[in-house]
Design a protein. Structure first.
Length: 315
């Protein structure tokens, strides 16, 4: 059953109501989830009011009911999460709080990693989880062992990592942080920024983690095989993806390549041109050859240039 009823508050637990905005799309899936968090009768937190629209504004107010709003929280400053926040904050006389140092809205004191917000027996802990966006926060709801994952883990798809603000190495570290949090204190459910809640959660987190690792390995394999450009790699790797989405795939692959360059496994010898880093080349191409690393790098560049000359007529 699809419980993502647009514009109608859905009760997920004693302290959690979800209102899904009617803004479906390529980056929002079924729509942005706004969460109203707090016990009946006590103050409520509003997380991610979403895009500015009157119907969603009314839906959020109806989920809040006659409760006081403690704080309006923003998971990150992508435009499908916050533009309605100033209206909600003004109407409910609450403060907006986020991690961003220069948020595009008027905000109260900046949230940091580990900031605790407590109201009426509901405790939220901010977890800085960059990767999808540098200012991305998840929130742990302590009383329910639930994590609001925003766009770190989504119910409907894998997250977009768009460099330069998105960073895959940070994204992987943020996933590891969720896995570690589960190991240490147990997580019962994830409430994502888009899509259905995930229960039990850790299978999905590990699946996303493995999927990213696999894509990174595929990119490495392609580069080792002499495919040096992103379009070449997209053709080779995303064989199961509709060509209409190859633009998005290229975007996503860019994040993998940046991560490989950052990790020293690949070199970008000129913009958009990727070759194996020296250590790997020496290991793969000339075992025990004693080849000078700089000379190996030159050979790698020459080799990939030669291949480019034969594959697309340049060089
Ligand atoms: Zn986002």
């Amino acid at each position: 059953m699809n419980t993502l009823l647009k514009g109608t508050p859905v009760r997920l637990s004693e302290r959690v109501l979800r209102v899904t905005q009617n803004n479906p799309g390529m980056f929002t899936g079924p729509g942005t989830n706004t969460y109203v968090i707090g016990s009946d009768g006590g103050p409520a937190f509003v997380l991610d009011p979403g895009e500015d629209d009157d119907v969603h504004f009314e839906a959020i107010l109806s989920a809040v009911g006659d409760r006081k709003v403690a704080t309006v929280l923003i998971s990150h400053t992508h435009r499908d999460h916050w533009p309605l926040a100033p209206r909600v904050a003004e109407h409910t006389r609450a403060e907006i709080r986020a991690f961003s140092e220069q948020p595009p809205f008027t905000a109260g004191p900046r949230l940091e990693d580990g900031s605790r917000l407590s109201a009426g027996g509901t405790t939220l802990v901010a977890l800085h989880t960059p990767g999808h966006a540098s200012d991305h926060l998840c929130f742990l709801l302590e009383e329910e062992r639930a994590v609001f994952t925003a766009d770190l883990v989504m119910g409907w798809s894998t997250s977009i990592i768009a460099p330069p603000d998105g960073n895959l190495n940070q994204y992987m570290a943020s996933l590891e942080r969720l896995i570690e949090l589960d190991r240490r204190r147990g997580i019962d459910v994830l409430h994502p920024g888009h899509g259905e809640s995930i229960r039990p959660p850790l299978g999905r987190v590990r699946e996303i983690y493995r999927h990213r690792q696999q894509r990174t390995d595929q990119a490495l394999d392609a580069i080792a095989a002499g495919v040096a450009t992103i379009p070449g790699m997209v053709e080779r790797i995303y064989t199961d993806v509709d060509p209409k989405l190859h633009g998005a795939a290229a975007f996503s692959l860019r994040a993998h390549l940046d991560a490989l360059v950052e990790g020293g496994k690949v070199k970008e010898t000129e913009p958009g041109w990727y070759v194996p880093a020296v250590g790997d080349l020496v290991k793969q191409a000339r075992p025990n050859s004693g080849l000078d690393p700089d000379r190996a790098m030159d050979l790698a560049v020459q080799e990939t240039r030669r291949q480019r000359g034969t594959t697309d007529g340049k060089g």
